[in-house]
Design a protein around this ligand. Structure first.
Ligand code: C5P
Length: 248
């Protein structure tokens, strides 16, 4: 199993993000750069994060006309990020344009295609918020509708809440990459996340990647927090140099 932890670098400055990233890079699978860090620090922070050797997930939740989204995916590929996000509600043409752009640019660069992840319904939305937009029915029904739209358009991955992992895995099969935020180790407070799962529960339910922010970034010892989480998923994931020998 590959290291499934994506650390959400929701930090106000490039300096803070890089200090933390340098400590954590050998212990995590990827770093997530969201709108706050990207708008304040720009592509430079992505290049510096890539220099640590870790993968980068550029979480900008693109939603625009197909041509504009395709161009943004090309720019993200050129920046050497490994994952990015688009809103599934942008529709089939936008989704297909994003996926095709990822493949075409990767072929040009002889690289692996960027993993374009579809975001379905934001977890801040409830049934009432969907009704305001003219979308009837339950949130889960809309999640599944948009997830199917994205996979039919060719996307290889989705962002989903812990509560959606089992349904999406059952409906969409084993190949789809499921990336899940809302993760809290059993010993830690839930912050503003309402429905959480522990790292081990989410992997057990079928997640491929876990987006984890504050349980690592706000910990007194972020490295120890990351190691604890890896250990809870699978002790083999802890790098050998970090394994403690049992005291005789
Ligand atoms: O600090 P925490 O672990 O809650 O961070 C989770 C990360 O995942 C944040 O970057 C947040 O924006 C993102 N996220 C989320 N819930 C979603 C989608 C994204 O928490 N439904």
């Amino acid at each position: 199993m590959d290291n499934p932890i994506i650390v959400a670098l929701d930090l106000p400055s490039q300096q803070k993000a890089l200090e933390l990233a340098e400590k954590l890079a050998p212990l995590v699978g990827a770093f997530k750069v969201g709108k706050q860090l990207f708008i304040s620090s720009g592509p430079d922070v992505v290049r510096k994060l890539r220099a640590t050797g870790a993968k980068v997930f550029l979480d900008l939740k693109l939603h625009d006309i197909p041509n504009t989204v395709a161009k943004a995916v090309i720019a993200a590929t050129d920046l050497d990020v490994q994952m990015t996000t688009v809103h599934a509600s942008g529709g089939t043409e936008m989704l297909a344009a994003a996926e095709n752009a990822a493949h075409e640019q990767a072929a040009m660069l002889r690289a692996d295609p960027l993993l374009v992840l579809a975001v379905t319904v934001l977890t801040s939305m409830d049934e009432g918020n969907l009704a305001e937009l003219g979308v009837g029915g339950k949130v889960q029904e809309q999640v599944l509708r948009l997830a199917k739209l994205a996979t039919v358009a060719g996307l290889r991955g989705l962002v989903c809440s812990p509560q959606e992992i089992e349904m999406l895995r059952a409906e969409l099969g084993d190949d789809i990459q499921l990336v899940t935020p809302g993760i809290r180790p059993a010993t830690i407070k839930t912050d503003d996340q309402k429905r959480t799962m522990t790292p081990a529960e989410a992997i057990q339910a079928g997640a491929n990647w876990l987006v984890i922010g504050r349980p690592i970034t706000s910990a007194n010892d972020p490295r120890a927090a990351a190691i604890g989480i890896l250990h809870s998923i699978d002790p083999e994931l802890v790098p050998k140099s970090e394994r403690r020998e049992p005291i005789p």
